[in-house]
Design a protein around this ligand. Structure first.
Ligand code: PGA
Length: 248
């Protein structure tokens, strides 16, 4: 059986004070439950100090594809390792659409993360117009293929994939469990054609307006192995309930 993994994506939210309250609430409540939080860079030291030794891992939301050097404003994989990160989100749709990250750049970030011993959480997903145009599978396949071409299918043994339909992110419009399951099953089938073992073990998270109220039915789908949680990861009771639903 694959384990399930819920990861919070705090996006550009939080403050030292707010984070302290959130961490103080989730840490004891999730004792023994594997989960993760992906936080803004300046708060990595805070989560490292707070979560070390707990069952909650932490990570970042982006990383440079470069190892080091004159790249003003960038943060390297080694720096993330310095702060005990286990995970890094790559290819989030907000990075792709707002910051122009191409499939190829995302693949380079994915490889840099793995080379440093970080587990990339690779986000894929279609926009509303792509879904309405009937190209959801083609878009997701293209995003996956860029990574497979660069890093090989075996690399997915040390990665997490998050399926996040762009139209469901932060909109309150969740994909139905059936819609999400269909794409998750497509991803697993596609990968199984290349490497059945990797496909069977891969954690495929669903992301897009997951909340306590819809988590259980999403997590009950056979190919949904957890979630990548934005807005609801900032609310302690919501995040705790989602993690518990996944752990059931
Ligand atoms: P949301 O965001 O849960 O607020 O929809 C999910 C994500 O963007 O990872």
């Amino acid at each position: 059986m694959r384990k399930k993994l819920v990861a919070g994506n705090w996006k550009m939210h939080g403050s030292l004070t707010e984070n302290a309250a959130l961490l103080a609430a989730i840490k004891p409540a999730l004792d023994g439950i594997e989960a993760a939080v992906c936080v803004p860079f300046p708060y990595l030291a805070q989560v490292q100090a707070s979560l070390a030794g707990s069952s909650i891992s932490w990570g970042a939301q982006n990383v440079s594809e470069q190892a080091k050097g004159a790249f003003t404003g960038e943060v390297s994989t080694a720096m993330l390792r310095d702060f005990g990160c286990e995970y890094v989100i790559v290819g989030h749709s907000e990075r792709r659409s707002l910051y122009g990250e191409s499939d190829e750049l995302v693949a380079r970030k994915y490889m840099a993360a793995q080379a440093a011993g970080l587990t990339p959480i690779l986000c894929v997903g279609e926009s509303l117009s792509e879904r309405e145009g009937g190209v959801t599978e083609a878009v997701v396949a293209r995003q996956l293929d860029a990574v497979i071409a660069a890093a090989g299918v075996a690399s997915l043994a040390s990665a997490v994939v998050a399926y996040e339909p762009v139209w469901a992110i932060g909109t309150g419009k969740t994909a139905t469990p059936e819609q999400a399951q269909a794409v998750h099953a497509f991803i697993r089938r596609k990968l199984a054609a290349l490497d059945a073992n990797v496909a069977e073990r891969l954690i495929i998270q669903y992301g897009g307006s997951v909340k306590a109220a819809n988590a259980a039915e999403l997590m009950a789908q056979p190919d949904i192995d957890g979630g990548l949680i934005g807005g609801a990861s900032l609310i302690a009771d919501e995040f705790i309930a989602i993690c518990r639903a996944a752990a059931k």
